[in-house]
Design a binder for this molecule. Structure first.
Ligand code: ADP
Ligand code: MG
Length: 611
């Protein structure tokens, strides 16, 4: 029945003041959406308290336990009660809501958390030698007790939402909630590089398992931020990004942005901060997309960590209960700051990605240079395949002098391949490297990496269109797993089915592979499943779901790829080159390494001291 029509005939309910518990529970509805929101509020409090080290623990995706400990300024015993009451804060005095420099200011987090869970705060105030503890359970505050502890504060939240079971139903799996917690911690860790963070999953009790850790960084801010980003986004990001240091009309922008050659399949690696506050802002994310539009296709996304600083009065942080969004006084100015700052940095980086690769190659050649180039002394075992030369060039010379390279007998349709960007395949060396001649130089292709990339792009396209076609195995393959492997695998069976990989439980810890992606041809299903389990249980990186899927796809692609060590016929090599030209991003493999290196004739001439 629809109850929205006003009840005119019945008695009119009185207007009454809600009690604190109800008011707090309502506020909690906005502030605490899920365990990660609670973690965010608590860690922000620790940062506001000037902590240099923050340890976070959670159990069952944060549903049963969240504990945040810091070495910050602490809460004096006589203020513990106040900390738990609504609209009570030490961070602003309420006279100027436009000039806020702390994370918190609403005075709502602790009372909200105390209303929807069991909250215990133990704290030792600054310059006191005793510590106290207060507990609130579903809004009911218990008397303060003395405790022993070192300087700082620990807030423990048990059984979140046990008082509001409706909310519990909306929570996702423990794994998904844990991932959201990790994401929150990573964002805050990026904005505070001088603070050390440890995140632990204590689901099984005891010390648990560290799922993320980043020690306090040192040095100037640029170094500290880069060090922190390296520990969170990986060394590859650090090595494939450009630094930004840009200013315009009272707004400044610094941080790091990936080179276009280092992109992702989803906009998940984009971290934005306004005056140190992590924000998820459509306007700013749109500006990032705009800045890269000349460099990346629409389905690729850069990885960025961008920090905007401005006078606090130019931005309103009080527009979102969880403070995840901000409003700029001049939104167009903020947008243009990002677009110009990024374009400027990217254009000055130019073709750095490719040139670093070629430079490194040249450097390696130069270091090895000897009177008789060792390339002519190939091991008899590593036979190479040569394509008959169409025009005189590098390859003929090599054939003539080496005497060990056997021409391939078949004639190939080379047409105008030599005019194509990746040129005409001339040889395969060490059963993995294709050497091709281009109009003004030569290209060396890593056949395995290149093919892996092509399979990966195809898989992604198929998946985006209508799911990856699968082929049924004549004999379903049973794979024995460890319990942990089985558990992580069954979590993603639906996703895997979308990739054309149909796996069922088979009793005990075994699973049964029924179908594999058709594009892979014949694969070793055992090895494929084990690889996917490895990816899923890889604890060194905590990835969000979309990331995991991308990583799994990339593993799948690897299984369908031409292995190094396989001899290729000339047509096959040329077909691979043409496909690479037609496929966006084929210049880098799924791991961000180049799939080919190009040396211009000018570079080669330099090698021989001709210029
Ligand atoms: P807000 O952060 O908006 O002020 P909270 O409800 O999150 O509101 O916290 C209330 C007050 O409790 C804070 O203003 C602060 O004085 C105190 N407080 C909370 N957490 C800590 C902490 N970890 N260390 C020191 N003081 C804290
Ligand atoms: Mg707070």
């Amino acid at each position: 029945m629809n109850t929205h029509t006003p009840n005119i005939k019945g008695d009119r309910p009185e207007i009454r003041q809600l009690d604190d518990a109800a008011a707090n529970r309502i506020a909690a509805g906005e502030v605490v959406e899920r365990p990660s929101s609670a973690v965010k509020e608590l860690v922000e409090n620790s940062l506001d308290a000037g902590a240099t080290r923050i340890d976070i623990a959670y159990a069952d995706g944060g549903k049963t336990l969240i504990r945040v400990s810091d070495d910050g300024i602490g809460i004096p015993e006589d203020q513990l009660h106040l900390a738990l009451s609504r609209h009570a804060t030490s961070k602003i005095d309420g006279t100027d809501l436009l000039n806020i420099s702390s994370f918190g200011f609403r005075g709502e987090a602790l009372p909200s958390l105390g209303a929807v869970g069991r909250l215990t705060i133990s704290s030792r105030g600054f310059e006191t030698d005793h510590a106290s503890e207060i507990t609130v359970n579903g809004g009911d505050i218990r008397p303060i007790k003395p405790v022993a502890r070192s300087k700082g504060t620990t807030v423990e939240l048990n059984d979140l939402f046990h008082a509001t079971p409706a909310r519990l139903k909306f929570l996702r799996t423990d794994r998904a909630e844990a991932q959201a917690i990790t994401d929150v911690i990573k964002r805050l860790a990026m904005s505070e590089p001088y603070v050390g963070f440890t995140l632990r999953d204590v689901s099984g009790g005891g010390q648990g398992r560290v799922t993320f850790r980043s020690d306090a960084q040192s040095g100037d801010l640029f170094d500290a931020v880069l060090g922190r980003l390296r520990s969170i986004l990986g060394t590859e990001f650090a090595e494939n990004s450009v630094a930004l240091d840009f200013e315009r009309e009272g707004l400044s922008l610094h941080g790091y942005a990936s080179l276009p050659t280092y992109s992702r399949g989803a906009a998940i690696g984009q971290y934005l901060f306004v005056n140190g506050r992590p924000v998820k802002d459509r306007l700013l994310l749109g500006a990032v997309r705009g800045a890269y539009s000349d460099y990346l296709s629409r389905d690729r996304h850069p990885v960025v960590a961008l920090f905007i600083e401005c006078d606090p009065t130019l931005v309103d942080v009080n527009v979102h209960p969880a403070k995840a969004e901000v409003r700029f006084r001049d939104p167009a100015g903020a947008r243009s700051l990002i677009v110009s700052g990024l374009r400027h940095a990217l254009s000055s980086a130019g073709h750095r990605a490719s040139s670093t690769v070629a430079d490194a190659t040249l450097g390696a050649f130069q270091a090895e240079a000897r009177p008789v180039a060792p390339v002519y002394q190939m091991d008899q075992r590593s036979r190479s395949t040569m394509v008959p030369p169409v025009q005189s060039g590098f390859a003929d010379v090599q054939t003539e002098y080496s005497g060990r390279v056997e021409p391939v007998i078949e004639t190939v349709e080379v047409e105008d391949a030599a005019e194509k960007p990746l040129g005409a395949a001339r040889a395969q060396l060490h059963e993995n490297y294709i050497i091709a001649q281009t109009p003004d130089g030569l290209v060396i292709v890593d056949q395995h990496a290149a093919h892996e990339r092509l399979v990966y792009e195809k898989l992604k396209n198929q998946m985006a269109e209508n799911g990856v076609a699968s082929q049924a195995l004549l004999l379903p393959e049973v794979v024995d797993l460890s319990e942990n492997e089985r558990l992580v695998l069954i979590d993603v069976l639906d996703e895997l089915a979308k990739f054309g990989l149909v796996i069922e439980e088979f009793g005990g810890n075994a699973v049964c592979v029924r179908e594999t992606p058709a594009i892979l041809g014949e694969v070793n299903a055992q090895a494929l499943v084990r690889d996917i389990c490895d990816e899923l249980t890889d604890q060194t990186t905590t990835k969000v779901v979309a990331d995991k899927i991308e990583a799994i796809l990339s593993r799948v692609a690897c299984h369908g790829s031409i292995r190094s060590g396989r001899q290729m016929r000339a047509e096959e090599m040329n077909a691979l080159l043409r496909e690479m030209e037609a496929t966006p991003h084929s210049g880098q493999c799924n791991h961000g390494r180049p799939t080919y290196v190009e040396l211009k004739l000018a570079d080669i001439e330099r090698l021989f001291g001709r210029t």
